[in-house]
Design a protein around this ligand. Structure first.
Ligand SMILES: [Zn+2]
Length: 190
């Protein structure tokens, strides 16, 4: 059994902790070696002085004759995005704005997430790269119907499909449902 890489909230994490010994280490696959190794905090763009819980750290124990590999990895809260101060809901709102034909800078300004043009376009570039992982996921979901409509950029097409499938907070849903990082297509060690 594989340990979850994304959980919805602290309560779900606490439930996972109780049965942690059943899981194998994602690095070395040793069973029963994982132990809790603290919490991960970070800052959010709206309030840099406000520390928020973002995830949990695990250690594959090689101490006291345990046969683990000594490496650590993280289990994230599902709203947390890899290497981003924006949360999943912010990015989803940004994507919906693009799908509705708004300019990246206009959306960013309305959301008060960042006023620089460069940041809004950097986010677009990340989304453009992330579409490849998204396409792979969508291929496995037969319920997506192809609706032909004009989009500002062709790479938005998988996002349009995603919105049909899951109109609300789809990025968080995606990370949790598929246990995959949206901005990092693999389940990697980050
Ligand atoms: Zn290990």
């Amino acid at each position: 059994m594989n340990i979850k890489r994304f959980v919805q909230d602290t309560a779900e994490w606490e439930a996972e902790r109780i049965i942690m010994k059943r899981y194998r280490c994602p690095h070395c696959l040793a069973p029963g070696t994982l132990i809790s190794h603290g919490r991960l905090y970070g800052y959010q763009f709206r309030n840099h002085s406000n520390r928020v819980l973002r995830g949990f750290r695990l250690f594959c124990s090689n101490r006291y004759r345990r046969k683990g590999c000594g490496r650590t990895f993280s289990v994230w809260l599902a709203w947390k995005l890899y290497r981003s101060l924006l949360n999943a809901m912010d990015v989803w709102r940004f994507i919906c704005g693009l799908l509705d034909g708004q300019a990246p800078q206009t959306i960013a300004r309305h959301m008060m997430i960042n006023t620089s043009n460069a940041s809004a376009y950097r986010l677009c570039a990340r989304l453009k790269r992330a579409q490849f992982g998204l396409r792979t996921i969508l291929q496995g979901l037969s319920s997506v119907s192809a609706i032909h409509r004009s989009l500002p950029w062709p790479w938005l097409l998988p996002y349009d499909h995603l919105r049909q499938l899951h109109p609300d907070d789809a990025i968080q849903w995606l990370q949790y449902q598929f246990q995959k990082s949206f901005f990092l297509p693999s389940t990697g060690t980050a």
